[in-house]
Design a protein around this ligand. Structure first.
Ligand SMILES: *[C@@H]1O[C@H](CO)[C@@H](O)[C@H](O)[C@H]1NC(C)=O
Ligand SMILES: *[C@@H]1O[C@H](CO)[C@@H](O)[C@H](O)[C@H]1NC(C)=O
Ligand SMILES: *[C@@H]1O[C@H](CO)[C@@H](O)[C@H](O)[C@H]1NC(C)=O
Ligand SMILES: *[C@@H]1O[C@H](CO)[C@@H](O)[C@H](O)[C@H]1NC(C)=O
Ligand SMILES: *[C@@H]1O[C@H](CO)[C@@H](O)[C@H](O)[C@H]1NC(C)=O
Ligand SMILES: *[C@@H]1O[C@H](CO)[C@@H](O)[C@H](O)[C@H]1NC(C)=O
Ligand SMILES: *[C@@H]1O[C@H](CO)[C@@H](O)[C@H](O)[C@H]1NC(C)=O
Ligand SMILES: *[C@@H]1O[C@H](CO)[C@@H](O)[C@H](O)[C@H]1NC(C)=O
Ligand SMILES: *[C@@H]1O[C@H](CO)[C@@H](O)[C@H](O)[C@H]1NC(C)=O
Ligand SMILES: *[C@@H]1O[C@H](CO)[C@@H](O)[C@H](O)[C@H]1NC(C)=O
Ligand SMILES: *[C@@H]1O[C@H](CO)[C@@H](O)[C@H](O)[C@H]1NC(C)=O
Length: 824
């Protein structure tokens, strides 16, 4: 029986349809518009005409509600603009957003106006608010009037949308601010803001608390259309920045090369500016660029009496003797409240104790000192200490080659360097005496007696520990297929990390010897972004990955922040030494080079295709190809990108200076797949052929880019032997040389779908598959046509100097290529 035949049901369906239609009408026929006499409340929303943006009430995780604009076509509610940032409402049913007296206003349950567009208008009844498809909320006098009375793009909050501008008013020298949220649950303006420098330098600056500047983009260079301090902008395939300046204002605006991209630029509550793109495939935002690179470069990130540690997670901790002011905010990664004293200073308790003699100082070595110190002209450490004790509001002192300095304020922007860094200073922090374990005792005889017996016990303890350590040294614990070492074991195996083998992006490597006299390479990991459990699970995954062309992980050490990996030692070092270093006169013969190319491809195929989960290496370059005693290649450092962190920008940070091997998709914000490794592998093949770095500057300072020469010779069926490392005197079979060059050109195609898989590369190098002549990748063409587009940059803000020159092109990645098969 068909239910629809029932007339009563039919009627109620009609009634329901009429009701819902009517409800739409009472809200507005155009769902992208709020007109006079209409209001928005509860879960009602308006949607821009193309559905790109939605406006309504949202709640960022607590019970407060805000009027905001968010994306309409993505699954994660992501606000791009907030109206009542500082004045949330609790009850959205009784709150109303409406047009009143020519303004758009938000009224709470008590009919109090808590937010307004605040413009003087003619009180026209024809004023409407329209949400445009660009995410701009516009207030107009009548639907057909073109000049907006007010628009949200002119009042950005923390997101800079395409088409928006961040301007400097030249008449008032006031700049518009992009201001961070306080934390992920509170859109109220936080301490960090981005603005165009009011001094008129045409650079963007980030400031803490609207005052202290801690980052600058450097001035705009109109010719190359980048900010001088952000050279990686040349690698930007997404944003088209442009600069405008007239007598009234100057500003930047940007558009997206591909309007289909969903991408946003934010001032994050971490104090960093970030660019993120939405990845539809993984349903998440992909962070692909942020500045400042290092979290601890954000001024006062950890608040008063907090200490920032770049290698820590969380980055912030309180100084000893202090505790978090607001545990709730710290849990939300909002450290701005900082820390407060656990025990009040004696002089604060009792102001009559003028000199506060009972306060003491805690020595904190290896730190970056806070600013705004007062210099004291005293000649000794104890005088420096006394001059601090004279003031109750003196919080710390330092005494070193720069003399005596004391701090009369809260300590801000203190940074703890890791043990390996050596440019740290020592600061002495004032604490109440009760914070120190009591040690004074005025009975001399007892002290003597106690000291004697303590000495004896100490000797015994040391003896026992020593024996125990020796025993432990011989038997590190076994965890799965791996050995779990103690830190001290590795310290003694490496003679206290004395023989450094190299310093890769992920940390330094030291040579060591185990008691069974086997030789090991110990890698000290830096910036571990992971908890203990997760670290162990990643490490044990790496431990199960074993292949003749992969460096074997033998064990690890995980003691708090100390994370080390123990590998087999490779006596012949890394490939770059054999390829590039002149003093190494024995150039690798062709046969060995071919075997290295093939072995590396096999190792990568195993990582990509044969493991349980595909492992993308992310950092293929000659430095990461190690050679054993027989010159058999072994890929090193696989699996580390995942340990370092899921955040791509952190991975990029650790790989600074090696951009020459980075596939374009790393920078363009689309998902990175195993094909990114194929690209880097291809770049490396060129270097295996030539025995030189791919891009080199000749005497006249002109840059030559080897891959382009190869692509041309191959395309024109030229003399491949001319491409070979001159040290080999043409001693290589032409068919092998030609095959390897073709494979390399296929590997570096702009479009990742045109690149072969590593498995196909192996088959081609083995001679099982044939290979066509590859098209010249567009980016290589551009590089050849405009050598000024090839840039060499070392990151301006980085303390690490990168020896490796990098190159990049500003070519669009949307190169068209009509060939798509690599094999026949
Ligand atoms: C709004 O309501 C007032 C009175 O309630 C009416 O006079 C006016 O025409 C209405 N305006 C619109 C645009 O409907
Ligand atoms: C809107 O709110 C009403 C009442 O609070 C609720 O019944 C309804 O499901 C909500 N609609 C949506 C789309 O969330
Ligand atoms: C604006 O006009 C409305 C009626 O259209 C009136 O009630 C209100 O008082 C006027 N407001 C101002 C500031 O003139
Ligand atoms: C409305 O806002 C006023 C002023 O902020 C406040 O005193 C009042 O409690 C609010 N009413 C409601 C229902 O939130
Ligand atoms: C707005 O413009 C449309 C056509 O562009 C016209 O039909 C409409 O009457 C205009 N409305 C007003 C209020 O002028
Ligand atoms: C704005 O700044 C410029 C350059 O620093 C200066 O010459 C000018 O006098 C300033 N104007 C005002 C209104 O402060
Ligand atoms: C920020 O500056 C204001 C004065 O401009 C000051 O009152 C406030 O305490 C500062 N905030 C912090 C966290 O220091
Ligand atoms: C970049 O933006 C400028 C100014 O808006 C425009 O003239 C230019 O055509 C844009 N370039 C591209 C490639 O879209
Ligand atoms: C600058 O502002 C003045 C006064 O508001 C205006 O007359 C002039 O057209 C503006 N100049 C530009 C280039 O917009
Ligand atoms: C902060 O987080 C810790 C651990 O996740 C939890 O134990 C604590 O209760 C939280 N504190 C607050 C105030 O939210
Ligand atoms: C230190 O405290 C005294 C009063 O206790 C006050 O007069 C002085 O201004 C303070 N100095 C600083 C630098 O805050």
């Amino acid at each position: 029986m068909d239910n629809m035949e029932n007339p009563w049901l039919k009627l109620s369906v009609l009634l329901f349809m009429w009701l819902s239609l009517n409800c739409q009408l009472c809200f507005g026929a155009d769902t992208d518009t709020i007109s006079a006499n209409q209001s928005l409340s509860g879960n009602q929303t308006i949607v821009s005409s193309g559905g790109n943006f939605v406006l309504g009430f949202f709640s960022p995780g607590n019970s407060n509600y805000y009027i905001g604009i968010w994306y309409g076509k993505i699954s994660q509610q992501t606000p791009v603009w907030v109206a009542n940032r500082e004045t949330p409402v609790r009850d959205i049913q009784s709150s109303e957003l409406k047009i009143s007296d020519g303004n758009l206003v938000l009224i709470n349950g008590s009919q109090v106006e808590i937010w307004s567009t605040n413009i003087r208008t003619s009180n026209s009844s024809s004023v409407v608010a329209v949400l445009e498809d660009t995410g701009n909320l516009v207030l107009r006098d009548g639907p057909n009037s073109s000049a907006p009375l007010w628009q949200s793009l002119d009042h950005p909050t923390h997101t800079w949308l395409p088409g928006g501008k961040l301007s400097l008013n030249k008449r008032t020298n006031q700049s518009q601010l992009l201001t961070s949220w306080k934390n992920s649950e509170d859109p109220a303006p936080g301490l960090f803001s981005l603005e165009l420098d009011p001094a008129g330098t045409n650079s963007y600056i980030i400031r803490w608390n609207r005052t202290r500047q801690y980052w600058s983009s450097g001035p705009w260079d109109e010719q190359s259309r980048i900010f001088s301090g952000v050279p990686e902008m040349r690698l930007n395939y997404i944003y088209n920045f442009s600069f405008h300046s007239d007598e009234n204002e100057s500003y930047f605006t940007y558009s997206l090369y591909n309007p289909q991209t969903i991408s946003r630029f934010i001032m994050d509550y971490s104090g960093q500016i970030k660019q993120l793109s939405w990845l539809e495939s993984s349903q998440q935002w992909n962070l692909f660029w942020s500045q400042p690179r290092q979290q601890c470069q954000v001024y006062a990130f950890c608040g008063a009496f907090g200490s920032c540690n770049e290698g820590g997670l969380p980055f912030c901790s309180c100084l000893k003797g202090f505790h978090q002011k607001s545990q709730t905010n710290w849990n939300l990664s909002d450290f701005s409240d900082g820390c407060e004293r656990t025990t009040r200073l004696q002089c604060e308790e009792d102001p009559s104790l003028v000199t506060g003699k009972t306060d003491k100082f805690l020595e904190s070595p290896n730190v970056k000192l806070p600013e705004s110190a007062r210099s004291m002209s005293v000649g000794s450490m104890s005088e420096c200490e006394s001059s601090c004790l004279e003031y109750c509001n003196c919080t710390a002192y330092a005494y070193d080659s720069d003399g005596c300095r004391i701090w009369m304020t809260e300590l801000l922007d203190l940074q703890q360097y890791s043990q390996s860094g050596s440019n740290g200073r020592t600061i002495y922090i004032r604490l109440a005496a009760s914070e120190f374990p009591s040690s004074s005792n005025n009975n001399g005889i007892i002290i003597g007696a106690v000291a004697g017996s303590v000495g004896l016990v100490l000797c015994l303890v040391i003896f026992v520990i020593f024996r125990w350590r020796r025993q432990r040294m011989i038997n590190p614990k076994v965890e799965g297929s791996l050995l779990a070492f103690g830190y001290r074991d590795l310290q003694s195996a490496t003679k206290n990390f004395s023989e450094k083998l190299g310093g890769g992006g992920f940390g330094s490597v030291f040579k060591g010897t185990l008691p069974d006299s086997s030789i090991i390479a110990v890698k000290q990991l830096e910036s571990i972004n992971q908890g203990e459990k997760q670290f162990r699970s990643e490490v044990s995954t790496i431990g199960t990955v074993q292949h003749v062309n992969l460096v074997r992980l033998r064990g690890f050490c995980s003691e708090g922040m100390k994370k080390l990996l123990v590998y087999d030692y490779m006596p012949n070092g890394s490939l770059d030494v054999h390829l590039f270093h002149e003093e190494n006169s024995k150039a690798l013969v062709w046969k060995t080079r071919y075997q290295i190319a093939l072995g590396t491809a096999r190792g990568l195929t195993y990582l990509h295709e044969k493991c349980r989960d595909c492992i993308i290496h992310c950092d293929i370059k000659p430095e990461n190809i190690l050679l054993d005693a027989e010159l058999c290649p072994k890929v090193a450092d696989f699996g580390l990108a995942k340990i370092i962190g899921r955040d791509f920008s952190r991975v990029l940070t650790t790989m600074r200076g090696t951009r020459g091997y980075l596939a374009p998709e790393w920078i363009s914000g689309v998902a990175v797949t195993a094909k990114a490794d194929v690209y880097s592998y291809g770049m490396m093949l060129f270097e295996i052929v030539s025995g030189r770095r791919n891009s080199e500057q000749n005497e006249e300072g002109r840059v030559s880019f080897f891959p382009t020469s190869v692509a041309r010779v191959i395309a024109e069926d030229g003399d491949v032997l001319s491409l070979l490392d001159p040290r080999l005197n043409g001693d290589a079979p032409v068919d092998e040389l030609s095959r390897i060059c073709k494979v390399a050109c296929w590997c570096v195609q702009d479009d990742e779908t045109h690149r072969p898989s590593m498995g196909q590369v192996v088959q081609i190098l083995e001679g099982v598959l044939d290979v066509n002549v590859p098209p010249i990748p567009r980016s290589l063409q551009v590089l050849a046509d405009n050598s000024e587009h090839i840039i060499f940059f070392t990151e301006s803000s980085s303390s690490q100097s990168s020896q490796t020159p990098s190159y990049a092109s500003n070519a669009s990645s949307q190169a068209k290529s009509n060939t798509s098969s690599t094999s026949s």
